[in-house]
Design a protein around this ligand. Structure first.
Ligand code: APR
Length: 170
């Protein structure tokens, strides 16, 4: 698997799968979640509603991932995952790594060859971006896949791009 970090808007990524940093309710929000839903159109929310209605407690557990189509996005599918909220007292690193490994597992199961990730939990959820990048790279590198050949971290700021570049070298 080829891993790279690029600066950009993930809704424009020309990949098979775009990963969404959603919340357990899966019904949209701000940040990248809002951008993806706006770009994909209302079909995405309708699919998310149908999925969440089938989930126990109508919630996607943090660290797990589910797929929908891409709606009007260039990507064929969107894989939605719910990241952990940063805590200085409790270590949720394994949950954050699971967002990446589970999203890759779901994407690979669809036969995707290219996957774009945002910096999950590094925005509203408050995760320090340097560590978010390290967990992201560890989560991807720790995964075994059959079809996925390219993983692209699509970063929305120079600071997060620098953090991911550093994590990829490390
Ligand atoms: N493309 C790529 N990255 C983006 C984009 C975009 N269009 N928009 C925002 N980002 C970046 C943010 O700058 C941040 O680095 O995505 C990263 C993740 O930030 P959030 O979107 O806030 O996601 P997260 O921290 O995981 O919080 C998720 O926020 O939007 C709500 O519904 C969402 O409740 C959930 C929570």
């Amino acid at each position: 698997m080829d891993l790279r970090a690029v600066r950009g808007d993930i809704t424009q990524a020309d990949v098979d799968v775009i990963v969404n940093a959603a919340n357990p309710g899966l019904l949209g929000g701000g940040g990248v979640d809002g951008a993806i839903h706006r770009a994909a159109g209302p079909a995405l929310l309708a699919e998310c509603r149908a999925i969440v209605a089938q989930l126990p407690d109508r919630r996607l557990p943090r660290g797990q991932a589910v797929a929908t189509t891409g709606g009007r996005l260039p990507a064929r599918w969107v894989v939605h995952t719910a990241g952990p909220i940063w805590s200085a007292s409790r270590d949720h690193s394994a949950v954050l790594r699971s967002c990446y490994s589970e999203s890759l597992r779901v994407a690979d199961g669809l036969g995707a060859r290219s996957v774009a990730f945002p910096a999950i939990s590094a925005g509203v959820y408050g995760w320090p971006v340097e560590d978010a990048a390290r967990q992201a790279v560890a989560g991807v590198r720790g995964s075994s896949v059959e079809h996925v050949q390219e993983v692209r971290f699509v970063l929305f700021s120079d600071e997060s791009l620098a953090a991911f570049d550093a994590a990829l070298i490390g």
